[in-house]
Design a protein around this ligand. Structure first.
Ligand code: GLN
Length: 487
């Protein structure tokens, strides 16, 4: 096995035993990036010098007691990294170099992480296919004609192609879980407030959450352990103790109650995906879980609520990109002309669409009918999850209604693109944690190559431990997560 194919756990064991150095591990990843990234386009920026400097420093210290020490990571280009270009995949931030790093990036650096570079994504995390990036398309390593999902598509593709051992993503409506599902890796969206968002370029602040993307559930637990917790710089993080996420992974799941929400098995879902997910549910039943059907009656309104709340917050957050303070400037003659041209040329079509939608739903006369109404339905959705999750331990659903679709297929039809997140969006609206794990393969309707299918487990507020445990036990009994693409 090549070093770049290792999991974090395996690499940490090898580093401790001095079987190889962090520099060797880093070089294996850099070589894989050089060999494959022209085809894949997973990275916007590769930080080779930084990575090797960091690796050498960790080797010199020789202390691998922290599980992420000396391990190469890729970071979605939405996290500020001091001295390293951070673009959010937008022309408007094409040459932006932040003076500080996001809290989570600092936490990784404290652990001795090795940063390989910044990964491609949909512009300002708006999309489900990484097609809205200003820096070109990331391809799915399982079929180069298909999308890797989005918005954290670069991070997901990089892991699936063994260019890195793990990555950081963000998830506002599914951007960690959906690409994880489409690329056959693990992706966790923690509870809102569990991980700091400081220094992460904001999309929709009441929905955004940072999370790990890895090859195994065990690795996700390791990364979450390193990044979770209170941050004085993010007032939405909570002073709740961070549990030991590894401690419970190996406990069996006999007797655990898992709910299957009936609203999630609806028309529009690819039958091949449904079959795969039903088989995974049977597997969990064999492992001793008690499966019961439950109902989340307001779930069907999730998408509608999201497409009011998200653009409203997005339009507010993006107001700061005005061509005056930082980033691209059209340098027009008058201030007003400069705003117009900077934003008109600097933002892509999908961003401009969402800014218009958001500004409209917040404007006087429309606010009550749109934003306020959506906020009320949001509470109903949240209550559904809370009520149901008092009776059961976690919920199980597909992550995405289809396997990876073809590049270009949905770009002219935003509504069908938005439907790609139908199973992930309500989770952000409710603020609860959810994980996507590899659960098998299915043939797309329009192709012969079997593509990955992901399974989503949804937990109670701040109870990442239970979904990690169920997911880990499933991985102990299956080998889907070990399958590799041969692109
Ligand atoms: N795909 C969804 C959107 O386009 C979710 C994006 C995200 O989670 N950042 O908004």
């Amino acid at each position: 096995m090549n070093l770049n194919q290792l999991t974090i756990k395996q690499a940490n064991d090898g580093l401790k035993k001095k079987e190889f150095s962090s520099v060797e591990l880093t070089q294996a990843c850099l070589e894989q990036i050089k060999k494959t990234d022209k085809k894949l386009g997973a990275f916007i920026t590769i930080t080779e010098d930084l990575a090797l400097t960091q690796a050498r420093a960790v080797d010199k210290k020789g202390d691998f007691s922290k599980s992420l020490a000396g391990i190469p990571v890729a970071i979605k280009d939405i996290f500020c990294t001091a001295g390293v270009k951070t673009t959010a995949a937008s022309k408007i931030l094409e040459n932006y170099i932040p003076p500080y790093s996001a809290t989570v990036v600092e936490k990784l650096i404290e652990q001795g992480a090795v940063i390989l570079g910044k990964t491609n994504m949909d512009e300002f995390a708006c999309g489900s296919s990484t097609e809205t990036s200003y820096f070109g398309q990331t391809k799915n390593p399982w079929d180069l004609g298909r999308v890797p999902g989005g918005s954290s598509g670069g991070s997901a593709a990089a892991i699936a192609a063994d260019q890195c051992l793990y990555a950081l993503g963000t998830d506002t409506g599914g951007s960690i879980r959906q690409p994880a599902s489409l690329c056959n890796i693990v992706g966790l969206k923690p509870t809102y407030g569990r991980v700091s968002r400081f220094g992460v370029i904001a999309m929709a602040s009441s929905l955004d959450q940072v999370g790990p993307m890895t090859k195994t559930v065990e690795d996700t637990a390791l990364v979450l352990q390193a990044i979770a917790g209170l941050d004085k710089k993010d007032s939405t993080t909570v002073p709740k103790e961070v549990p030991d996420y590894l401690a419970e992974l190996n406990h069996e799941i006999k007797g655990l109650k898992i709910g299957v929400p009936k609203e999630y098995f609806v028309a529009g879902m690819d039958p091949a995906v449904e079959k795969t997910v039903r088989e995974a549910i049977e597997k969990l039943e064999k492992l001793g879980a008690k499966i019961t059907e439950v109902s989340l009656p307001h779930a069907p309104y999730g998408l509608a609520v999201y497409y009011i709340i998200m653009p409203s917050e997005l339009s507010t957050n993006l107001a700061r990109f005005d061509g005056v303070r930082y980033g691209f400037s059209a340098k027009a003659k008058t201030l007003f002309e400069n705003y117009l041209q900077t934003r008109g040329k600097g933002f892509g079509a999908e961003i401009r669409r969402r800014i218009m939608l958001g500004t409209y739903s917040l404007s006087a006369g429309y606010y009550d009918a749109h934003y306020l109404q959506a906020a009320k339905v949001r509470t109903l959705i949240k209550n559904d999850f809370e009520k149901t999750l008092t009776k059961i331990d976690c919920l199980i659903t597909p992550t995405s209604p289809t396997v990876a679709f073809r590049i270009g297929e949905k770009m002219d039809d935003p509504l069908t693109m938005y439907l790609a997140d139908i199973f992930t969006i309500s989770i952000n609206i409710a603020g609860v944690p959810a994980i996507s794990i590899p659960a098998g393969f299915a043939k797309p309707k329009d192709g012969a190559t079997e593509m990955p299918v992901g399974l989503q487990l949804i937990g109670k507020q701040f109870d990442e431990s239970t979904i990690l445990r169920v997911a880990h036990q499933y991985q102990q009994a299956t080998d889907w997560h070990m399958k590799k693409p041969s692109f």
